[in-house]
Design a binder for this molecule. Sequence first.
Ligand code: THU
Length: 129
Amino acid sequence: MEQLMEYARRAREQAYCPYSHFAVGAALLTADGTICTGCNIENASYSLGVCAERTAVFKAVSEGKRKFSAIAVCGAPEGESPDKPCIPCGACLQVLAQFCVDDLPVILSDGVHPLKEFLPVRFTMTEQE
Ligand code: THU
């Protein structure tokens, strides 16, 4: 858990956030034991920016990894230590929930939370999903 958070902290160093100056890092532990990291990547066309968690999920899925065991997330204003919990945004929770069980451990700076604590229900198109 602490090791995964260390990966998230390292990923946060790559955050590209010239507009918000809020740097976020995420690290996903995949079922095969590898770690996929991501950072937030902003854009001059503001709404095109992407969060750290979705960067990590999209990297993993594009490499054939669709099963995840845990995610660590840390975020804080650039230059500050990410000591306060950075709860994933609703869009990232929906994307995570597509690939994760309800009780996926979400590791934040204040401890471990099950995914369902933040997203008790999610959108699906069919009951099978
Ligand atoms: N951000 C993330 O990377 N993850 C979240 O869950 C919430 C917010 C990013 C998006 C934007 O680049 C910056 O934090 C400020 O909102």
